[in-house]
Structures are given as structure tokens and as C-alpha cells.
Design a binder for this molecule. Sequence first.
Ligand SMILES: Cc1ncc(COP(=O)(O)O)c(C=O)c1O
Length: 463
Amino acid sequence: MSETPLAARPPAAVPTSDRKPTRGVLLRTPIPGPEAQKVIARDTQYLMTTTKSEPVVAASAEGCWVTDVDGNRLLDFASGISVLNVGHSHPDVVRAIREQAGILQHFAGTDFYYDLQVRLAERLTQITPGEFAKKVFFSNSGTESAEAAIKIARWNRRRPITVGLLGAFHGRSMGSLSMTTSKPVQRARYAPFVNGGHHIPAPTCYRCPYKMEYPSCDLYCAKVLKELYFETSIPPDDVAAFLAEGVMGEGGYFVPPKGWHQVIKSTLDEHGILYIDDEVQSGMGRTGHWFAIEHFGVTPDIITTAKAVGGGLPMGAVVLRADLNLGTGAHSNTFGGNPVAAAASLATIGVIEREGLLQNATKQGQYLQQRLRELQSKYDEIGDVRGIGLMVATEFVTDRRTKEPAVAFRDRVQTEAYKRGLILLGCGRSAIRYIPPLIVRREEIDEGVEILDAAIAAARQAA
Ligand SMILES: Cc1ncc(COP(=O)(O)O)c(C=O)c1O
């Protein structure tokens, strides 16, 4: 502990169930207001274009609530893209960051030693599935975790191929981008990609690539790996790894049908192919289990995490079977396992446990889906409501029979929502994801759904 008196300490953590009642959206100006517009103009001048989609300019945030630079209070159903699973500025996480920053900020955890990263690695091996010895490599982001996982698989198997899913998202650096196929814009002008990336259609039942129906399809989309691809274009003994998200995120929040993971895993096992489970978006309690793959009864060989694992600080971690350990010098980095990020991560894990956030994600996720289904019965444009835990989405269509994606309509709904104080993110071609912090309360879900209801009605009028 630092002997230096710390700046005003935040209050002790309050369990989710005892958190202050919802404060409600408060709009003092249109969104974006005058101060927000100034920041947006300067941002446009100085920052490279990336993926910004909503003109919300944050000044501060707490729990599920963001206050913008004009004093408007907005409800956050995006969680900084599934990062703030314990909510914005959770007092325990803030305290851990403040204290650690005053003790040891950085020491290059890959080249030197400190106990904090060991403690975090140990915790991660405990909360990840698999009753076997594991090791951890710390990265700084999701894409870096994917790069490391692919390298670990290649290094161990000495095989060149990684098989992934069409529609998947694993990151934007060249190795992970070679496996990312969720939108053409992410890949356009970047070819050639890293060699050895192959893709098969994903288990996206609402939009089955084979136009079949579950369960009469008999899991064709999983069997196809063995029965078609391994018999034609992909020599299985050249495959190092299969890479898939526990639940597909960016590509549209598709939950694989029961049995899909098992069929894939048994095919992989026949050829000694490693299963890399990307839990960057679906992990750290988002689906009601620590990791989404736990819903499906298979145990991956390698798990990639990032986003929520750092509790709001940049952090990623690859958890691997211990026997897949690399040789000295084969892989490393500078910032992995940074002490401040590691302290935030340990605090985050503690909050998820102490406040029962896995249970809350399951409970509130069910309630959220129920409320969204009520909207579905009111609005034909909602073709599908799907998800698991607090990883939920609605897909917008122009016609429920043809399922034509209603992309412009989805965009209008998002715009009308933030104008009313609800922060949302799209996913897939025409879906919106609802990913509030896992501390969300029923009243906050009600408020979000009411705003969404009004936003859909307004989007209809504008059509
Ligand atoms: C499943 C998945 N993997 C990897 C990534 C890449 O993470 P990062 O943006 O931290 O590189 C993302 C980001 O959205 C993701 O959702």
C-alpha cells in the first residue's frame, strides 16, 4: 500500500441490488449539444476516421449512466463496446487503479517479475473452463490476443492453416484481420492477408447459410467441416487451429444452436486441431457464465479475452493449456500484464463475484429479451430477438418473410434513440445490440426499452 495519502477515495462498493435507484435520462440540450458539437468538430479535424457512429461526447460516467459535455445524462446500453461489465467507474476498480498507480505503474511484465500479474494469471486460470493446468499470456487488446493465439497454435502444431467462420470478428491487425470477415469494408484494400486463413459458414440460424431449419438440419453447418471442407479444400492435417467466438458478436449476435460446438470439437479432435475460443466480447460474465463457451459443454484449448477483462483499462489475456507453452523469445510484448491494468482486472473479477453479476446478467438478460419480444409483437420491423445473458440483439428487416435487412431503418432507430438519451451500438447488417453493464437494474432496462419503443415509432414516421 502506498504511504502517500490518496486523493479523495470513492465510497465502498455497493452490491448491485442496493445500488441507488435509477436517476433517469436528463436532456438539457439536443444531442449533440453546443459543447459536444465543438468537440466533434475538433475531433473531425485531428483524429483519423475510424468507426464512430453516434455523436455522444462523454464528460463523466458512473454505473450505467454517462453525462455528456452539455450536462445531458444518457443511459448506456453499449458499455464502451462490452468493456464496462461492472459499470462505469466502479468504486472498487477506481480504488484499485488509484492505489496501484501510486505503487508501481510499469515494469515490463514479460521481461521482469511482479506478483500482481501472477495473481491475475492464477485467477484467470481459475475462472476459465478446463480442469487442466493453464498458462496466461497478457496482451493489450482483442486483436493482440487473437494474434498471440494464432501464433501459439502455429508454433505448437507447425501447421499453417487456421479455419474460422464467415461473419466473425477477431480484430484489425493483419493476422487477426485475415480471420475477420464480418464486413467487406474491414478488409477492402488490405489484401494480401496472412496466409493460411480459411473460413466456413457460421451457425447463424435466423439467416441459415444453407436455408435449412434447426433441428431438422441435423447441424449440417457443423458437419460440413468434416464432410465437405476436409474432403475438398482444407487438408485437415495442415490445420493448426479452429478460431471462433463463443457467441458471434460484431457479426450479429448469433448464438450457435445446441450441439454445434460439440460436432465441431469432435472433428477437430480427430486431427489434433486446437480450438481457439474468442471471448473478447462474449466473456467476463456477459452471457451469465464467465465465458460464453461454458453454455455449450465444450472445453477450448486456448481462450482469448480483452475488453471487459481490464475493467476499463487496455488489457487482454490469452489463457492456454499449459502444454502449449512457447519457447523463450518466441512471443512477447512490452505492456502485457501492466500492473495498473492488472489491478483493475483483479478488482473487476472481485466485483463480478461479490455482486453476483453472472446471476444478474442471466436474470436481467431474460427480462430484457422479454421486453424486446413485446416490442417485436408491436413492430413488424423487428424480425428477430436473440442473445444470451446480457448479450442481446434485435435484427431489423423490411419484411419478416423475406428477412430483407432494414439497414436504413436500423440506423434511424439508433439515431432516434441517442436523441432521446439511449446509447446503442449496431452489429451485423441490420441489428442493434443491447449490452448494458452487468450491474443493470430492471428499472434501467425498462427505461431503455421505453426509449427504444419511442425511437422505433419515430423511425417509422420518418420512413
Ligand atoms: C470477438 C472479438 N474479438 C476481437 C476483437 C478485437 O478487439 P480489439 O478492438 O480490442 O482489438 C473484438 C472487438 O470488437 C471482438 O468483438
